[in-house]
Every structure is written in C-alpha cells, then in structure tokens.
Design a protein around this ligand. Structure first.
Ligand SMILES: Cc1cc2nc3c(=O)[nH]c(=O)nc-3n(C[C@H](O)[C@H](O)[C@H](O)COP(=O)(O)O)c2cc1C
Length: 232
C-alpha cells in the first residue's frame, strides 16, 4: 500500500480568486467587486488589459498603469472613488491580498493548471475577450487563464457588457457556456427597488459573489423580503 502522508498537504486557506478586468464598459462593477472580495478576506490574482485601464480613466477618472501597477495606490484610488456605500473602505493592509500579474506575463502561475485557484471572474468582459475565449486563442494572460479554468473544469464567470448583441457575440457566449463558463451579464434587476447606483452595482456584484461562493449581504434575497418583489 502506498503511504501518502509525506505527500499530502493540510488545507490551510482557500486558494486565490483570479479577477481580470477587460475593456468593456462597467469599471464601477470591477472596482466594487475587488473591494468586496478583499473585504471578505480573499486573495486575488489581478490582471488588467490595456483597454480596461482606458475605461477606468473614462468612467472612474482613475489612472491605472498596467506596466507599473502599484497595489497601494490602486487601493487608495478605490477609496477615493467610492460611491455612496455604507461599508467601511478597504484597509490599505489589504494590498497584501492583491497580487498583480502583467497581461503578457507567461510565467505567472495562473497561466498553468498546476497553479490552484478558487475560480476566475472576468468583470467586465469585453466582446473581444469573450470572442478570444470562445475561439481558444490564449493570446494574453487573461485569455490563457480563462482557457485554463475551462480545461481544469474550475469556475469561470464572464460578465459581458454590450448592447445590442450581434449573432457572433451570442454564439461566442453560447460556446463559452457550453465549455463550462457561467455567463453573468452586467444586467441589474429592478425588483429589489434600487434607490442608488450602489444598489444597482451591488446587485450585479452580489450575483458574481454567489457564483464564486463568497458570502455577502449585497442584495436582498427573494423570499426574505416581506414586502414582496419578484425575479431571479
Ligand atoms: C470607454 C470605452 C467603453 C467600451 N465599452 C465596451 C463595451 O461595453 N463592450 C465591449 O465589448 N467593448 C467595449 N469597448 C471596446 C473594447 O475596449 C475593445 O474592443 C478592446 O479591444 C477590448 O480589449 P480587451 O478585451 O483586451 O480589454 C469600450 C472601449 C472604451 C474605450
């Protein structure tokens, strides 16, 4: 009988979540998602496409430099751009939970299935990245890490944003879904009676956290509201 005790490793903490941001509209969703995941104590492997940096400048007035990313200034920028959330800001010490990987860094662990993760989310996911994943291109680290998550049968959550959609985009979504991804479009519901932008953002971020199995109180769950409202 093989004795495995020397080869086994005790489970200590959960492996990191991969968070990738691409150049679709919706930077506030990504900003809030990172805030919530760090607040939940999760480690993040973060990748940012050059187009995502452009969108952050356009939508949040935050300058990200994908070549020289600094977790401390990123958290400071997140803190300064917070919408009217009642949560306390993420402490600067959370910078240690954030590991940044450059988009062409093929030596990054997440380029390989041997590097364990707890799943991956691309938020927001551009139609360009969606098409590349559907086509199995792996021409950058975001596409490669997504490909790895599909082949390893790990959670991959794609948060596309585009409207209206053409047939190619719909077929790419179908293809990614057939390969195992969860398609979670940035489409907030209205049945929870949102009163602010934060309510709308938190609806989408809450649904992403549900998929990643990260506990949260970002949205009111159907069945827990005596006033009643419907949806899924
Ligand atoms: C302000 C801004 C908003 C954009 N919004 C979208 C969008 O909502 N959906 C989308 O698919 N592409 C959008 N684009 C275009 C993508 O950024 C572009 O296709 C880019 O090549 C995506 O590259 P990436 O997937 O590597 O990030 C937007 C670009 C800019 C600058």
């Amino acid at each position: 009988m093989t004795h495995l005790s020397g080869d086994t490793v005790p489970i200590s903490s959960r492996p990191p979540l991969v968070v990738a941001m691409t150049g679709a509209s919706g930077a506030p969703y990504a900003a809030r998602l990172i805030e919530v995941l760090l607040g939940a104590g999760r480690d993040i492997e973060l990748v940012i496409s050059p187009a995502a940096a452009q969108v952050w400048a356009d939508e949040l007035d935050v300058r990200l430099d994908p070549e020289r990313f600094d977790p401390d200034s990123f958290l400071a920028a997140l803190g300064s751009r917070r919408l009217a959330s009642s949560d306390p800001p993420v402490p600067r010490s959370a910078a240690t939970q954030l590991r940044y990987r450059q988009i062409m860094d093929w030596h990054a662990g997440i380029a390989s299935g041997t590097f364990l993760t707890d799943g991956m989310v691309i938020c927001p996911c551009s139609m360009s990245t969606l098409g590349a994943i559907a086509g199995g291109l792996s021409t950058n680290l975001i596409q490669r890490a997504a490909d790895v998550h599909l082949k390893e049968r790990r959670r991959l959550v794609l948060v596309p944003r585009e409207t209206p959609l053409n047939l190619i985009q719909l077929e790419n979504m179908t293809r990614c879904m057939q390969a195992g991804a969860t398609l979670l479009p940035a489409m907030p519901g209205w049945y929870h009676r949102p009163e602010s932008l934060v309510d709308l953002i938190d609806f989408v971020v809450g649904r992403i956290c549900d998929q990643l199995q990260v506990p949260h109180r970002l949205l009111r769950r159907w069945g827990s509201d005596p006033a009643g409202s419907s949806g899924d």
